[in-house]
Design a protein around this ligand. Structure first.
Ligand SMILES: CC(=O)N[C@H]1[C@@H](OP(=O)(O)OP(=O)(O)OC[C@H]2O[C@@H](n3ccc(=O)[nH]c3=O)[C@H](O)[C@@H]2O)O[C@H](CO)[C@@H](O)[C@@H]1O
Ligand SMILES: C=C(OP(=O)(O)O)C(=O)O
Length: 422
């Protein structure tokens, strides 16, 4: 198990560079097996999810070479093998092997995915999509077995019950090589979906409308990667550092951002009174003055991201008066961090899945646990603000999605260390 040890209360200052988006990367790696030629991904973050996906690829004889931030994936000698358990359980995005294997081989045998403990995460819309394309989906011994008909998958019109990121991407992966046209209605509009479409279109796919609620895919015979693909910056990592900078920063510039991807987040941070200055691809966060409480409601993109509700929570604790409210409409049970913040002296509680926040003069160090990635990010910021020592157990959850986090925090002046413990 990993622990993050923080000696807090030190003002942080300087520059930080955001890595490639976790939620793009974890889609693009499984998507790479659709290519008949080697794939090059650039701007790949150093995160545990990438290591686990590379292990899954190696189980299918797909070679990977990861140097600096460039990941080369050679799927030319791929063998279709079942992916029943093990690493599949270590991350959510392993479900993208369902769509990618189905698209490449017409058959996928994949264990139920793991991922964060943030309440129920059904995959009924993914399965509905595969079935609409003509596949048979069976569920045996905690595995999903998806089989295309003999004549291959066919295009279909699929209306999603909710704009699911995973279902939208999985249907794209399965349908790019299906016969005919697929239309996804009520599709998710996240920037990471546009990134997947760009990646696949550059390999010869025909996908239009990514980033809107209707995506049209014309099936093609084969995909062949020709050019390297640079992954978009991680808007959730950026939002986390913006919150950290406003909580405890003495002037921090955050590089490699796309401002438009942060619109609803920046609007909320600015509503609180945080002063920022945005350049072409960076944002400077001034030391914060007196901040106002706000209400936050998470929504699908372009709304306020559920993955940023925990990272913004410590900032609300710094407001001088009033009551802050956070409602997570995507994952109402994403509240595991509250009890941990209470241990650190946070004036925060939950009533009927609504998070209520009151001004907190000071946090103090404590032994807390990161139940999931963004809870970990929230506790990391709280630990940097707190007086004394904070020990965050299960810090491996932070490393799932925060690129070289120990180095980045140290470069800003933080006293932080990640240790392996028994
Ligand atoms: C790897 C990745 O990209 N993960 C992101 C992705 O997760 P993920 O793709 O799993 O999330 P979805 O967009 O699918 O989920 C959105 C909502 O739809 C529900 N739902 C989803 C699918 C389905 O078949 N049935 C169903 O009921 C979910 O329970 C949830 O309430 O989007 C989430 C919501 O922005 C983010 O928190 C995750 O960081
Ligand atoms: C919930 C998240 O990730 P995943 O879907 O990979 O579990 C997240 O990144 O906040």
């Amino acid at each position: 198990m990993k622990q993050m040890i923080i000696h807090g209360g030190k003002p942080l200052k300087g520059d930080v560079w955001i890595g490639g988006a976790k939620n793009s990367t974890v889609t693009l790696i499984p998507a790479s097996i659709l290519s008949r030629t080697p794939v090059t991904l650039e701007g790949v973050p150093r995160i545990a999810d990438v290591d686990n996906l590379m292990d899954l690829l190696s189980e299918m004889d797909v070679e990977c070479d990861f140097q600096d931030t460039t990941l080369r994936i050679d799927p030319t000698r791929i063998e279709r093998r079942p992916l029943p358990a093990g690493k599949i359980k270590s991350l959510r995005a392993s479900y993208y092997f369902m769509g990618a294997l189905l698209g490449r081989f017409g058959k996928a045998v994949v264990g139920f995915p793991g991922g964060d403990d943030i309440g129920p995460r059904p995959i009924d819309q993914h399965i509905k999509g595969f079935e609409a394309l003509g596949a048979q989906v069976d569920n045996e011994n905690d595995q999903i077995i998806i089989t295309a008909p003999k004549e291959g998958l066919h295009g279909a019109r699929i209306h999603l019950a909710m704009p699911s990121v995973g279902a939208t991407n999985n249907i794209i992966l399965a349908s790019v090589t299906a016969k005919g046209q697929t239309i996804i209605e009520n599709a998710a509009k996240e920037p990471e979906i546009i990134d997947l479409a760009t990646f696949l279109n550059n390999m010869g796919a025909v996908i239009r409308g990514a980033g809107t609620e209707t995506i049209r895919i014309e099936g093609v015979d084969q995909l062949r990667a020709q050019v390297p693909h640079t992954i978009i910056p991680d808007r959730i990592e950026a939002g986390t550092y913006i919150s950290l900078a406003a909580c405890i920063g003495n002037g921090i510039r955050i590089h490699n951002i796309i401002e438009e991807h942060l619109d609803s987040y920046l609007a909320k941070v600015e509503e609180m009174g945080v002063v920022t200055e945005v350049d072409e691809d960076s944002i400077y966060v001034y030391p914060a003055g007196d901040l106002k409480m706000v209400q936050v409601k998470t929504d699908p993109y372009p709304g306020f991201a559920t993955d940023l509700q925990q990272p913004i929570t410590p900032l609300l604790l710094t407001a001088k008066k009033g009551e802050g409210v956070i409602i997570d409409t995507i994952y109402p049970k994403r509240i595991g961090h509250i009890a941990q913040l209470q241990k650190m002296g946070g004036a925060i509680r939950v009533e009927n899945n609504i998070i209520l926040i009151h001004p907190t003069k000071a946090l103090h160090g404590a032994h807390v646990s990161a139940g999931e990635i963004r809870a970990g990010a929230c506790l990391m910021i709280a630990g940097l603000m707190a007086d004394g020592e904070t020990i965050i157990s299960n810090a491996g959850n932070i490393l799932r999605g925060y690129d070289r986090v120990e180095d980045k925090l140290r470069q800003l002046g933080a006293d932080v260390e990640i240790r392996d413990v028994k």
